[in-house]
Every structure is written in structure tokens, then in C-alpha cells.
Design a protein around this ligand. Sequence first.
Ligand code: SF4
Ligand code: SF4
Length: 100
Amino acid sequence: MVKEAAISIICLKCGHCCIHLDVVIVSPKYIDYDLDFSVNDVIDYLEIKRGGNRCPHLSESNECKIHSKSWYNLTPCYQYTQIPDNTECRRGILELNKLK
Ligand code: SF4
Ligand code: SF4
């Protein structure tokens, strides 16, 4: 079992990563499984979403559809970081300011 990471970035849910970055995501075919991210199996659950492609988990209203999953805090998206830790995402602030 992968250890749960402390929250190290406060994602403002601007959707930038979900569309423009290469991101390792949980394969859509596994989202209804009770994933435990055990080390032997974890590679099977994951796939790379390429930058420029909309993540299949991003809803039309730009909400992540898997945030509510019990295992979401073990995903690469949740464990994304910045320095200093536990601060609002600087990229997200930039992206949201563009919309004002
Ligand atoms: S899984 Fe969720 S947070 Fe991660 S890239 Fe996809 S929509 Fe964004
Ligand atoms: S750029 Fe920051 S705020 Fe936007 S989705 Fe990525 S982590 Fe979240």
C-alpha cells in the first residue's frame, strides 16, 4: 500500500493540468474498482494523459469526476506538489485571474 501523502498543494481546480499537461491518471476502466494502489498492481491502474488532451475524468463543468473516490488521495493528481508546501497553486491563481 502506498502511504498517503500530506497535502502539499492546494489545487484551485482551474483545469489547467487536466487539459494542458502530461498527467498520470487512473485508467477510466478502473474507476469503479475499489483500488488499493498496492505496489504490484498500481502500474495496471494508471495511464498517461498527454498534454493538449482533455482528461477523461474532467466533466463539462471542469470538475474532476474522481475527486470523491475513496482512493483519490493516493493518485498522482492528489500528490502533485509545489514549494512551499500547503499553499494555493500559483499556476491556478494565474489561470483563474485570466478569467476575471
Ligand atoms: S484525474 Fe482529475 S485532477 Fe487528475 S487530470 Fe484528470 S480531471 Fe484533472
Ligand atoms: S494548475 Fe494548479 S489549480 Fe490548476 S488544476 Fe493544476 S494543480 Fe489545480
